[in-house]
Structures are given as structure tokens and as C-alpha cells.
Write a new protein. Structure first.
Length: 271
């Protein structure tokens, strides 16, 4: 298969469904082989159902239907030993690593006084430390392949800050700093590092329960509702809209794009 990612191997975390599955399918369509990692386990403090082993198997089926190779492993980004084994195993089977998409994350919705120390730590452990674990455990493989691309999936919240998502916003903002630091340090190895900032994406993360909770807090604080408005008249984007940007940023078309925070936000961060 020829395509914009032909011959490349891409690691994607949180690949069982939602954006992660979309990224895997879109990359495979462009010729990439995939290392797919997902915890497939309940996540703390979330209002939406967790990804399952069956979800990850669905990603495998869709990628293989495109005649691409995929190594899928259940591993939690908080578990460095398990994550390292998953990455090393995938690289061993597929022969190299060219791109890393640190996509795994959770979202919680609450007012400031509802944020417990446990909730704060759990969100940062997954959304920030998990990203660091993914990147640090992958870099040597990229160096061994002669370079590549690292893409950290952030959020509109990581650029403008959003109320009621305090731990999430803190983590998504922090990975922008991580991206900029790594971009310069890894440039000598021909490794590019960028962040992607979608507005709300139509996935199970934005479930009916999440919407109900948002409705509750915005009913109490109506002055803040415009902060969630997109400039283009669409409530949320589709996962494929983010995946299109993933393909560009991890392809050779973006060979000189690094230390860049790219938005796919329908104008949300400028509104």
C-alpha cells in the first residue's frame, strides 16, 4: 500500500475507540502499521463507560481490513513496566518506530470545590504523567529509526483554559510545555514534536452523562457558557477531523513542522 505514511510504524495510546481508533484507521489507510495500546479498564472519576477488550479488538479488525499490520496490547500508560513491554514488543514485531501519538486520556467535569486530591492526582497521572511515560519510553526507538514524529494530543482547554475541567486543563496545558521542551532537545535526532488541540469531539467521552453534568454547572454559571462556543457553527467535530491533522503532522509533508500547537477547534480558542 502506498500513502502519506507508507512504510511507517505508528504507536497510538488510547487506541481502542474514539479518537485513538480513528487515528489508527486513518493512519493505516495512509499505509502505516500500528502499535495500538489501551488500558481497556475502568477509569477513575469518569461519567462515561470505559473502553473494553472488545473495543480494542474492533480497532484491530478495522486496521487489518485495510491490509495493514497491527500489534494491539492492553497496557495502562500509568504502568511504566507494562507500557514499556507493550512498546518494545510492538517495535520488535513491526521492526521500527516512526511516529508516536500520545492520545490516551480521561476527562472529568466538576466545580473547583468538588476537586478532591484523589481526583486531581488521577487525572494528572493519566493525562500528563502517562503522556510523559509514553514519550520517554519511545524516544530511543525513534532515534534508532533515524528520527520521526511525536504528537501529543492536547485540547482547546490546553490553550485557552476552560472552567469546570481544572485537572484536565492543567494537564493539557502542561503537555504544551513538555512539547516545546522536547522539540528542541530532540531536533538533533531529527525528531519533531507537536501538540494537537481539538475542540469537543463526538466520542463516548462526550456522553449523555457528561452533557448532563455540563448542563448542571452551566445552569449555575451561565456567564461562562460562551467559552464553550465554537466560531464555526458546529457543536463538536468528528474524530476524523482530528485524525486528518494527525496524518499531516506525522507525515513527511510536515517535515519542518515542530514545536507547534495546531488547533482543529472550529475557532474555539479564538472565540
Amino acid at each position: 500500500m502506498t500513502g502519506r505514511l507508507s512504510g511507517k510504524v505508528m504507536l497510538i495510546t488510547g487506541a481502542a475507540r474514539g479518537q485513538g481508533r480513528s487515528h489508527a484507521i486513518r493512519a493505516a489507510r495512509e499505509g502505516a502499521d500500528i502499535i495500538a495500546v489501551d488500558a481497556c479498564a475502568p477509569m477513575p472519576h469518569t461519567r462515561y463507560p470505559p473502553a473494553t477488550s472488545e473495543d480494542l479488538a474492533g480497532t484491530v479488525k478495522e486496521v487489518e481490513a485495510l491490509d495493514r499490520r497491527i500489534v494491539a496490547v492492553e497496557a495502562d500508560v500509568r504502568d511504566r513496566q507494562g507500557l514499556k513491554a507493550a512498546i518494545d514488543n510492538g517495535v520488535s514485531q513491526l521492526g521500527r518506530l516512526d511516529a508516536v501519538v500520545a492520545n490516551a486520556g480521561i476527562i472529568t467535569i466538576q466545580e473547583w470545590h468538588e476537586v478532591t486530591p484523589e481526583l486531581w492526582q488521577d487525572v494528572l497521572d493519566i493525562n500528563l504523567t502517562g503522556v510523559w511515560n509514553t514519550v520517554q519510553l519511545s524516544i530511543q526507538h525513534l532515534v534508532d529509526s533515524g528520527g520521526g514524529s511525536i504528537l501529543l494530543i492536547s485540547s482547546a482547554a490546553g490553550l485557552k483554559g476552560l472552567p469546570f475541567f481544572h485537572p484536565y486543563t492543567a494537564a493539557k496545558s502542561a503537555i504544551v510545555g513538555l512539547m516545546r521542551s522536547l522539540a528542541f532537545e530532540l531536533a538533533e535526532h531529527n525528531i519533531r514534536v507537536n501538540t494537537l488541540h481539538p475542540t469537543g469531539v463526538q466520542t463516548l467521552m462526550n456522553s449523555d452523562a457528561s452533557f448532563a453534568r455540563m448542563g448542571e454547572v452551566l445552569a449555575k454559571h451561565p456567564r461562562l457558557a460562551p467559552m464553550f462556543t465554537n466560531g464555526i457553527d458546529v457543536p463538536m467535530i468528528e474524530p476524523e477531523d482530528a485524525s486528518n491533522a494527525v496524518v499531516f503532522l506525522t507525515s513527511d509533508e510536515a517535515r519542518y513542522v515542530t514545536a507547534h500547537a495546531m488547533t482543529v477547534d472550529a475557532g474555539n480558542t479564538q472565540y
